[in-house]
Structure formats: C-alpha cells, structure tokens
Design a protein around this ligand. Sequence first.
Ligand code: NAD
Ligand code: GLY
Length: 349
Amino acid sequence: MEKVVVKASKTYEILIGENLLPEAGGRIRQTTGGDAVLVVTDDTVDGLYGKTFTASLRQAGYRVETFVIPHGEASKNAENFLAILNFLAEKKFTRSDVVAALGGGVVGDLAGFAAACFNRGMNFIQLPTTLLAAVDSSVGGKTAIDLPAGKNLAGAFYQPELVICDIKTLDTLREEIFRDGCAEVIKYAVIADRELFAALKQPIRPQLEKIITRCVGIKRDIVAQDEFDTGLRQLLNFGHTVGHAVEACSHFAVSHGGGVAIGMAAESRAAEAMGFCDAVCRDEILLLLRMYGFDLSCPYPAKRLCEKALSDKKRRGDTITLVVPRDIGKAELLPMNVSELPDFFQKGM
Ligand code: NAD
Ligand code: GLY
C-alpha cells in the first residue's frame, strides 16, 4: 500500500492499494471516530461494492445508512444535494458523524458538497472507484453540484479527512470510463513529470498503484501551494478550457476525458504555433493521446468553441488563463485577454 499525505487546510492521508475496501471501516474509525456513516454511492457502484463496504463499517461498530443515486452526471444536481441533507437530518446525523463517498467523481463531488454544508461541515471520506476520481476528483477538496446554467456552478472547497483508493475496484470499470481517467493521468505527466510520461508508453494497468500515487503526489504538491485555486492550481486545467467547450458543444455526448484529450491536443498545437514548445514536444503529446485511443479530431469550429469558453467559470473578467506546455513535464499559465482567445483556438485546430 502507498500513502500520500496532503497538507492543506486539513492534513489527511490518501491510501492507495489493493483490497483496501474490506478493511476501510476500521481505518475510518481510527481517523474520524463518530457513531454513524452515511454512504453516498450510485446504483452501479452500490451493486458492485456496497455490501463489502457497509459490512466493513458495521464491523467497525458504525450505524450505517446508504443514499443511492442513479449513476451519471445528471445526478449531480440540487435535488439530490437537498435530499441528502434532509436524509442526514431525518436520520439524526451530527457533525461528528461521517459522510463517505463510494464511487466516481459524480458521487464524490455531490457527497462532498453535502458534507461541507450539513451542520456547517461534517467528517468526509472519499473512496474513489474510477480512475478519474482516484487521480483527481477525490483529492484537493473541490466539491460541487451542477445547475441548469452549467456544470459545477455551486460548490465549496472542502477537504476530506481520508481518501481510500482500492485499486481492485478499478477492474470493473468499462473501458471507455477507464480511458477517461487516462486523459487526466496524461495531463499530470505533461504538466509535471517526464518520467511518468515515459512510463505511460508501457501498459498502464500493471503500474496503476505507482501511477495513481505519482498523480496524487503531483496534485498534493500543487494543492499545498494553492488550495483555493487562485494561481498555480490552474495548471491542473491543462486541456480543460478547450475540453469543456467541446463537451458543452456536444451537449455532453463527448465524455469529460474525451473532451480533455481533444483539449490537450489543441492547447499543445496552439502552444507550438505560439513558440512556447517545439514540434517534438507537441507531437509526443499527440502520439501518447492517440496511443490511448483518443480521437483528437475536433468536431466543432474554433468560433463556436470560443463562444462556449467565454462562459466558462475559469474566466475572470476579461481574462482567461490557458495552460501551455513548455516541454514534456513542464507547463505554464498563460493569462490572456478574451479578445485573444479566438486566435488561440484557431491555432489549436
Ligand atoms: P462518474 O462518477 O459518473 O463515474 C462514471 C461511471 O462509472 C458511472 O456510471 C459509475 O456508475 C461507473 N463506475 C464508477 N465506479 C465503477 C467501478 N469501480 N466499476 C464499474 N463502474 C463504475 O464519473 P467520473 O468520471 O468518475 O467523474 C466525473 C465527475 O467528476 C464530473 O462530475 C466532474 O465534474 C467531476 N470532477 C471533479 C473534480 C474535482 O476536483 N472535484 C475533478 C475532475 C472531475
Ligand atoms: N481538477 C482540477 C482541480 O482540482 O483543481
């Protein structure tokens, strides 16, 4: 088992290893105490891992309640958020009890926001079961729900008390969902770690424990310096400005990972065209993305994508900050006036 310690407004451990779920209850008890745990999960994950996890919680002496949402992004909504708060109240949970998110990023973001708000904040544990959640959403404290006007528009920074990543659970992921997580792994390699980039040229599954540990280590270092996303943390948005625009244009038919892959390709092409990196760096990024099966052709014209990007929540007034690779393992923030954005997008196509 690997352990990464995050030092932000809370200090907490991320445990990464095989078969951690059956013993998770004991670790949660040691970390947070409390009398009761609300397990928030989705119907797919509940069917696969709900029993194992709740059994381990009961064995550790907890009263266990479960709140199951239908799987998918549509569940990350205000109705479910309120329903969880009402459920916690009805079941007489207190601040010293625990909310545990068992699932992917949808479950983690929704449960985390509810944990942040109930009684002004209760104990929160993340048990990521997708690769994306393991390397990204379970770490760093961003929690959110979607509003009709857009994704993640309401939320809070709220760090968990503990993250337990049982990599055995990733065995049951559908291939395309696993691949979505690979886009985020490639992102970490491009922005921060040439060695990781090289490792990704070999089959990823046998190296998962090491790779997840490295990714969350990179995120830990960034979050320690910029927990509230005012500067350095924006490096984690590499590929996301174009990627979110592609997702939005497709009405979310293109997955998050698929959008981010197209976005990383576009932002790398633009970076090369503007002289931030050389053609070798750009081509290495495109090659690795293709190796993972991503289709990098962008189905929407630059102008339409640009319009979507202008309503992105990453925009601050007239400035939007892009991320450009300098080399493999090195990236920098590129703040630009929104008037320059069409040219950047055009160069990325
Ligand atoms: P998800 O939670 O919808 O999971 C994808 C699918 O995989 C779901 O259908 C789920 O039921 C299924 N699944 C989960 N674990 C499984 C398993 N072990 N075996 C089989 N099936 C399993 O999606 P996701 O890609 O994990 O997360 C996307 C969400 O994360 C988005 O809402 C995004 O906004 C959010 N996100 C948040 C952050 C953050 O920092 N908070 C970062 C990145 C993404
Ligand atoms: N997923 C980007 C961040 O946590 O900042």
